[in-house]
Write a protein that binds this ligand. Structure first.
Ligand code: ZN
Length: 300
C-alpha cells in the first residue's frame, strides 16, 4: 500500500510545527497534479484553482486527524474530490469513454447521490478516525490485496491484474470485464473466485473478527482506492511517457491510464507532461538518467 514514507512524515512534522519553507516545498510538490485533476474533473472552470487552494487549506486544518495510513497525495486527492463533488452544479464528463468515468462517474452529479451510494460515504471519509476492529479489517484487507497485486507484477501477469482492477477497483460485472479483456465470462468468474478466496483466507489468518456478508466488495474497492493498490508510481508513469518501460509494463500502465482511466494517475500524467513541456531539457535529462542508472555502481 502506498502509505506514508519517512521523508514525508518528517516533512509533515515540520509543517505541523508551522515551518513555512517545509509547507512551500509540500505545496510545490503536489499543486500541479491537483490542478490537473481539478481541470479534468471540473472542466476548464475558473474555480479549479480555488478548489485546489481550498484543498490545501483543508489539508492543513485536517492535519491533526491525518494518521498517515495513506500517502499525502491520496489524502489530498480525497479532499479535492469532495470539494469538486460539492461544487458540481451540472453533470458532465470530459473523459467519457474511460472505464472509471462510465462505471463510477455516477458519484459526480451531486453530493446527495454520492452520499447515497453504499460505501461511497465511507470512501470520502476514510481518513477520519474509526473503530479499532474496522481499522484492523482494513489493514488485513490492504495487506492481502497488496500481496495479490505484487504477485501479479512480479510474475508479469498483467492480464490478471487488469481483470482484478476492473472487478475490484472499478466494480465492473464479470460480463463487462469479459468484453474488455477478451476472455470468457466463466474464466473471469474463476479468477474472481480465486482472488476472493485468497483475500478472505488472509483476513482469517490475521485473526480479524470479520463478517463478510454485507458490503464486502465496497470495502474492498474502498481499500483498493485509498491505498492506490495497483497505481504505478509517478516515476513509472514518467517512464511510460518516455517509452522506456519494458513492453509488458508499458502495456499495463497504458491500460491503467488510458483505458481504465485512473483519475489519480491521469492527473499525475498531465502534470508530468506539463513539466516536460515547460523545460524541454527535462525530457532528455530523464532519458539520460533512465538509460545510465544501471551503469552507476558497476565495478571497474
Ligand atoms: Zn492509478
Amino acid at each position: 500500500m502506498s502509505g506514508i514514507t519517512d521523508a514525508e512524515r518528517y516533512l509533515l512534522e515540520q509543517i505541523r510545527r508551522g515551518d513555512g519553507p517545509a509547507w512551500e516545498k509540500f505545496v510545490g510538490q503536489y499543486r500541479g497534479r491537483l490542478l490537473r485533476f481539478a481541470h479534468a474533473k471540473a472542466g476548464q472552470r475558473a474555480d479549479a484553482e480555488d478548489l485546489v487552494q481550498e484543498t490545501f487549506i483543508g489539508f492543513l486544518t485536517g492535519l491533526g486527524d491525518y494518521r498517515g495510513d495513506a500517502s499525502p497525495e491520496t489524502y489530498l486527492f480525497t479532499i479535492l474530490r469532495r470539494k469538486i463533488i460539492n461544487s458540481y452544479r451540472s453533470a458532465h464528463s470530459r473523459n467519457i469513454g474511460l472505464i472509471q468515468d462510465v462505471y463510477r462517474g455516477s458519484e459526480e452529479p451531486d453530493s446527495d447521490a454520492f452520499a447515497a451510494l453504499p460505501g461511497r460515504e465511507a470512501t470520502a471519509s476514510w481518513y477520519v478516525r474509526r473503530d479499532e476492529n474496522k481499522d484492523r479489517i482494513r489493514a488485513a484487507l490492504g495487506a492481502a490485496l497488496t500481496e495479490l497485486v505484487d504477485g501479479y507484477k512480479t510474475n508479469l501477469n498483467f492480464r490478471d491484474l487488469m481483470i482484478v482492477e476492473l472487478l475490484f477497483y472499478c466494480q465492473l460485472s464479470n460480463m463487462d470485464t469479459s468484453k474488455i479483456v477478451g476472455i470468457s465470462e466463466r474464466n473471469i468468474a474463476v479468477i474472481k473466485h480465486r482472488c476472493l478466496k485468497q483475500v478472505k483466507e488472509a483476513i482469517a489468518a490475521a485473526a480479524v473478527n470479520f463478517d463478510d456478508s454485507a458490503g464486502f466488495e465496497n470495502l474492498l474497492t474502498e481499500v483498493w482506492e485509498s491505498g492506490r493498490l495497483s497505481c504505478p508510481k509517478r516515476s513509472t508513469i514518467g517512464a511510460m511517457l518516455l517509452g522506456t518501460l519494458e513492453s509488458d509494463w508499458q502495456g499495463y500502465v497504458e491500460f491503467h491510464l488510458n483505458r481504465l482511466g485512473c483519475h489519480f494517475c491521469r492527473a499525475n500524467l498531465e502534470d508530468l507532461k506539463q513539466e516536460t513541456a515547460d523545460d524541454p531539457s527535462k525530457k532528455i535529462h530523464a532519458r539520460i538518467m533512465e538509460s545510465t542508472v544501471g551503469f552507476l555502481h558497476k565495478p571497474r
